[in-house]
Design a protein around this ligand. Sequence first.
Ligand SMILES: Nc1ncnc2c1ncn2[C@@H]1O[C@H](COP(=O)(O)OP(=O)(O)OP(=O)(O)O)[C@@H](O)[C@H]1O
Ligand SMILES: [Mg+2]
Length: 346
Amino acid sequence: MNTKDLELALHAFPYPGLTRTLGELKLVSAVKVTANTAVIELLTVSDDSYLTLKNAILASFADVFATIEITKKKTVTKDTNYGNSAAPNNRAPYAKNIIAVTSGKGGVGKSTVSVNLAIALAQKGYKVGLLDADVYGPNVPRLTNTDLEKIKWNDANQIVPSENYGIKIMSVALTTPTSDTPLVWRSSVAVSALIQFLEDVAWGELDFMVIDMPPGTGDIQLTMAQELPITAGVIVTTPQLVASDDVSRAIRMFQDIHVPIAGLVENMSYFIAPDTKIRYDIFGSGGGKRLAQRYNIALLGQIPIDMQIREGSDNGEPPVALGSDTQKKYYQDIVQRMLEEIEFKL
Ligand SMILES: Nc1ncnc2c1ncn2[C@@H]1O[C@H](COP(=O)(O)OP(=O)(O)OP(=O)(O)O)[C@@H](O)[C@H]1O
Ligand SMILES: [Mg+2]
């Protein structure tokens, strides 16, 4: 097999568990065959997919070559994507601590966790602001029952944040005619709006600014990391996603930009039948714990799938404020662990 043959073979090689090939996924960056040796460079993003792929290729071509050297291309994404985030600006000098709540994926409960953590911090007597950085899908106003509020300005020409459940809240939804008005902004405009929400909002002095991040690891996450000295990141995941590249990406993004990770919240972790009180580990158990161990981060807590959490949240009645004692405790315990995990400035 010469270089060309191996290139073609790798191009048609299916990614383990997927129907797509390495060629389609553009995962091979260099191939070279000399005598009995194959040298292959892969372009995978995460270490997980690199190892999966490396093992699959080694197994398939072991009979063909005496030696197969597989390496992972060192990507420059860190510099190009995260720019000067190692020495970020500080657009929010009024906040002693900034907590970014994120996950690689949508719909895992970032907003619900952000809202309830922010309120749990306020319940401990801290001054807390909650910034909804999900410009294209702002949910915080609905979750905090502030969705009918409209933007107000004070005499100093600053935006007055909404307030409910003891926290100050700012969301792009405040500035639109209705909270479900779709935004068709370019990402540069979205980013400027967020910067305005940091600079031109009358937050007052804050002990904590909690940021509900949009799903993914894109422009907005990048801007936040560049414009704010984020004190700690909280990663939200669900048991099904624990093993996925998306969560690893979110964890690695924080690690790349040198933001300490307070820990992992496993949301929708298990289900307790309301009638029989029997616990069902619908998606298996132990995933969050294993993930936390692998990245050496704390498992801050596990929150079950709970119909009242969903109903309360979607009605603007956060479980940590208006739920049962059990529900309150899920979030309060997470906040307690978080405060133990990171040395916040207080
Ligand atoms: N522990 C839970 N039990 C039941 N439902 C939950 C739980 N946590 C969140 N939910 C519900 O799941 C849905 C998604 O939650 P949420 O909006 O917080 O996710 P998200 O990660 O912020 O989503 P997006 O990526 O769209 O911003 C909501 O309807 C919410 O009420
Ligand atoms: Mg959300």
